[in-house]
Structures are given as structure tokens and as C-alpha cells.
Design a binder for this molecule. Sequence first.
Ligand SMILES: [Zn+2]
Length: 402
Amino acid sequence: MSLLLKNGRIFTESGVLKGGYLLIERERIVSIGTGSRLPRADEVIDLKGNIASPGFIDIHTHGIADIDFMGSSAEDLHRSFEKYLQFGVTRLLPTTLSNPFDTILEQVKLLRRVGDESPHGAMMHGVHVEGPWLAWRCRGGHPEEFLLVPRKEDVELLIGEVGDTVKTVTFSPELKNAAWMCETLSVHGIVPVIGHTEATYEQTMEVIRAGARHVTHLFDADIGFRESDTEALTMEPGMETAVLINDGVSVELIGCPIHVPTPLFRLVDKVKPHDRKILVSDSLIGAGMPEGSVITFRDGRQAEVKQGVLRMIYRDNPDLDGNITGSAITMNMAVKRLSEYIDAPLEEASRWATINPAILLGIEQETGSLRVGKRADIAVFDDSVHVVMTLLDGEPVYRNSL
Ligand SMILES: [Zn+2]
């Protein structure tokens, strides 16, 4: 079975091919080119001038639409894959939130089972465990009653029970045993990720030496530069300084100007090596739903989707009404916005959401770019990054107006 995608703008590793084609056999790309002499194929799809990009890889997402990775049933979790495909995502790391430790382990096991059983389970590369090893002051949306300091027995339980599924763990470097945990996770192939932290420069350097090599939503729920305690008007370097000057450490930004003021996108774009910049949604339920949709959390509180963020609804309390409670952005929208913030063409912005996260996860030989031999995980979209088709392993699994 072969499939030819023709008449597209193909985002290849080495540039954009206009009027290009992609030939796919079974799940792999076997030929990429331009010109009027097209290879033969069993099936042909005309891309009508749309862009063919590698599928997006979202390494930090808590949910989408009405589905919450910490609370939804197996049936709903199965459904989540189809939702992500609508926005061009072909790989994701469902992300947990601080909870009783046993609950986190059980949820990772449920996600593993769903990934194994679902027809689109290939999309789930593994799980990102965010918390419970987070600093109290920087906990953000993580409930304080569940925060923990890394203990040997918990870390060993995580590795023993779900070490095959957990790919990344976000923790705060200033916690006791953090460096030890980094070494232990690294030895077992799990990426230790710095985040939710007010760590000093030295504390951050210690965990980088111990294997930490990524940062969760930089500039959100962390504290960097601060004034010296002993020398007035003198700045102390903090976590940001350590991670921005270490080229081996990648950083992720939420693709939303409310979570990350736009000059900070330009700062990261300028100082980080081209393959160490990653875009994430950090989306909660509500993501991808129409503007103005109202969602209800498990505790009964309600929030409204407004321009890619969730804002709380407290009709009787003007102080709280409209407060931000999280991101509702989708990856396609994040890529479009990023290209505006850093003033770069879409093919450059899309790297932050495709090959760069693939490199962090060590799957760049399989997916993350359009190259002969790789899996045909492809998002097709227009110049507004409105997704019209998504292919997973060479199969068109989502199609809309194409
Ligand atoms: Zn998160």
C-alpha cells in the first residue's frame, strides 16, 4: 500500500519544497521531491498548496476538550487521541498533576493501558510526571497537601512500577535529595526536568551536573534573578541564568503571551541553540473548545475558554472572576503565535514543536521531521496553521476540508 501526497509545501529538514510531493509506503516516508514527474502510488491526495509539516509533539499537556489526564475514564482517555489529531499532534506525553503518590502511579498505569490498547496508541510516547516533588512557594496549580520531598522508596517505586512509561519528571532542584533523584532517574533513562522552583544558580548547577537537561515552562512558576541579601541593587543569578547559559539544557515555553510575555520568547530564541527550544501547550481541559465554552472542574468550579486561556467564573466575586487558571491553547495555535513573537517563518517556529522535542525524548531517528526513512507522522495545514489533515504512521487519521 503506497500513498502519494502531492502539490504541497513540504517542511523538510533542509528547507521548504514548494510544489512538492511525499511518497509513503506502509508507515514510512520513502521519497520526497518536486517536479511534474510524480512517482506512482496506490492512492494520491492533492494537498492543494497546503503545508505538510512533521506532526506536532506536545511534551506537556494535562488534557484537552472535556478530557483530564488525572481524572477521566479509560473511554475518555481513548477519545483524547482523536482530539489531539485534530490539532496536528502526533506524539504527546500526557502529564500528571501532584496527587497522593499512589494515585499518580495508578493513573500512569491507566494511561499505559490506554496507550497499549488504543488504535492511535502510538501517539502516546509515555507520561510526564509533574510533581509531587515541587517547592511549596512555586507550586502554581499543584495542591500543596500533596507536595513531597524525594524519598528513596517513592522514587524506586516509580521506577519499578512505571519506569517503562514515565519519560520525564519535573521536580524542584532546591529540595533535599534532588541531585540524588536526578542521577537515579537518568540511569533509568528518565529525563529529569527542572521546574516550579526558586532554586539558586548553584542548586541548579548541581542538578544539571546530576543529569537534569530540560526545564518545564520557563518563566512560569519559577523565580530567577533576585536582589542580593547583602549587596543592595546587586542581582543574584538564579535558575534561569544556569539553564540559559548551559547549551545542553533545553527549555520549554507555553505558547501563550499571557503565560509568557512576548519579549521572553525572543530572549530564548536568541540565546538558546536552535535545537534546545521547545514549545508546549500545558493545556488543561477546555483546550481546543470554541471561544466562550464553559467547563466544569471536578470540584464544581467553572471556567471559560478565552483566547487560549482558561479564566475562572465567579459571578458574585469580582476579585476572583476572570482569574487565569491555566492554558487552553492547542499546538497549532501555539506554533502560529510563536512565528509572530519571534518574527520567524512557520517552518522555523514548527521546529520548536517537532524535531526539538523529538531530540529531547531521543525519538528523532523515528519521527519529528520529514525525511526519507522516518515514520510518516504529518500535519497538513494552511498559512493560519488551521489543520486540514493529520497522518499517523502514514495513515490519514484526521481529515477536514481536504
Ligand atoms: Zn503542567
